[in-house]
Design a protein around this ligand. Structure first.
Ligand code: XMP
Length: 317
C-alpha cells in the first residue's frame, strides 16, 4: 500500500543514491509541486541543492517577497532574482495570448540558465513534475493541436544537458499534498490554489503594462483576502481576477468616471480539465464589488464570470 511516510523514506534514499555528493539546481515557483519536490531533495542532499526563484513581475501582490521568506525559513538555499524589467520590456506591445506565453517561457529559461551558470559544478536539474503534467503535456499540447501551451513542463532539461531529479513524477496532486504534509510543509503552500506560470499576463487581456499589473494585483488581493475571510477560499478550486480591455462610464461623487472593468472568476473542479463556475453567495459578491471599486483606483465596474469549462476555459486567455 502507498503511504506518504514510506514514499518519503524511499524517495530520499533514491535521491541520495542518484545524486551522491553532486549538486542540484532547481527553479521554485511558490506552487505546491516545486515546493514539495525541493524539500524532498533538500532532505536528501541538504545544501547541495541550489534553488532559484524568479520574479517575473506577474505574480500576485507581495507574493514574491512572502514566498521567498517562507523558503528561507524552510532552510532552503534559495536565490531570489528580480527580472521584472526584462519581462515587462519584452512584453511591451504584445497582446496575443500565445505570444505572451512564449515570451514568458523563453525569458524564464534564459534567466534560469544564466543564474544556473553562475553556480559551478552543477550536475542535476531538480523539477516538480507530477504525473498529470507528464500526461497533459502529451494530450493537450499534442503535435496537431495546441489549445494553450503550458510552458511549465519541458524546455529546461533538453537545453541544459543535465540529469533530472523528479521525485514527484509518478504522483497525483492529492498524493503530493499528503507527502508535503508528511514532511511538514506549511498548509499555506499545500492548500494554495493553482496559479498559471505566465501569471497575471494571461489575466490582463491585451497589452500588459506595469500600471495594469499593479491595478490587477490590488483587485486580486482584495478578492483573495475576501475569499479567505469569508471561508470560501478552500471551497473553490481556483480563483482570480481578470482585467478587461474595456473602459466604461461610471459616476463617483459628482464626477463622471471612465475606467476599467474587472471580472471575478472562481471555479470548482477536480483537475482543471473541466470546471464549473462557483456559486458564490450574492452577499459576498456584493461586498467584493464594493471593496474593489472603493479601494482600487482605475476600476469602476466588477462582473462575475458564470461560464463553465467546457466550452469556456478557466483563464480568459
Ligand atoms: P484553462 O484556462 O486551460 O486552465 O482552463 C486550466 C488550468 O491551467 C492553468 N493554466 C496554465 N498553467 N501555464 C500554466 O502553468 C499556462 O500557460 C496556463 N494556462 C492555463 C489555469 O490556471 C488552470 O489552473
Amino acid at each position: 500500500d502507498w503511504t506518504p511516510a514510506a514514499f518519503v523514506q524511499e524517495t530520499i534514499e533514491k535521491i541520495k543514491a542518484q545524486v551522491g555528493d553532486k549538486k542540484v539546481v532547481m527553479a521554485l515557483s511558490g506552487g505546491v509541486d516545486s515546493t514539495v519536490a525541493a524539500e524532498l531533495i533538500h532532505k536528501a542532499i541538504g545544501s547541495n541543492l541550489y534553488c532559484i526563484f524568479v520574479d517575473n513581475g506577474l505574480l500576485r501582490k507581495n507574493e514574491f517577497e512572502n514566498v521567498l521568506d517562507s523558503y528561507k525559513h524552510m532552510g532552503l538555499n534559495v536565490k531570489g532574482v528580480n527580472a521584472k524589467d526584462l519581462f515587462f520590456g519584452e512584453l511591451k506591445g504584445v497582446s496575443d495570448p500565445e505570444k505572451k506565453r512564449k515570451i514568458i517561457g523563453r525569458l524564464f529559461i534564459e534567466v534560469f540558465q544564466q543564474e544556473a551558470t553562475l553556480l559551478t559544478d552543477i550536475s542535476f536539474l531538480g523539477q516538480g513534475t507530477i504525473y498529470p503534467d507528464v500526461i497533459e503535456s502529451v494530450s493537450v499540447n499534442g503535435p496537431s493541436v495546441t489549445i494553450k501551451s503550458h510552458h511549465n513542463v519541458g524546455g529546461l532539461p533538453e537545453k541544459m544537458n543535465m540529469g533530472l531529479v523528479e521525485p514527484l513524477r509518478f504522483l497525483f496532486k492529492d498524493e503530493v499534498r499528503r507527502v508535503g504534509r508528511e514532511i511538514g510543509i506549511s498548509e499555506i503552500f499545500l492548500g494554495r490554489h493553482p496559479f498559471p506560470g505566465p501569471g497575471l499576463a494571461i489575466r490582463i487581456l491585451g497589452e500588459i503594462t506595469p500600471e495594469k499589473v499593479a491595478m490587477l494585483q490590488e483587485a486580486d488581493a482584495v478578492y483573495i483576502d475576501g475569499l479567505r475571510e469569508a471561508e470560501l477560499y478552500d471551497k473553490v478550486w481556483q480563483a482570480g481576477t481578470i482585467l478587461l480591455p474595456v473602459q466604461s462610464v461610471g459616476v463617483m461623487g459628482d464626477e463622471r468616471t471612465y475606467e476599467f472593468t474587472v471580472a471575478l472568476r472562481a471555479v470548482t473542479s477536480v483537475d482543471g480539465m473541466t470546471a464549473d463556475w462557483a456559486h458564490l453567495p450574492y452577499e459576498f459578491l456584493a461586498k467584493m464589488s464594493n471593496d474593489i471599486i472603493n479601494k482600487v483606483k482605475g476600476i469602476n465596474r466588477v462582473v462575475y464570470d458564470i461560464s463553465s469549462k467546457p466550452p469556456a476555459t478557466i483563464e480568459w486567455e
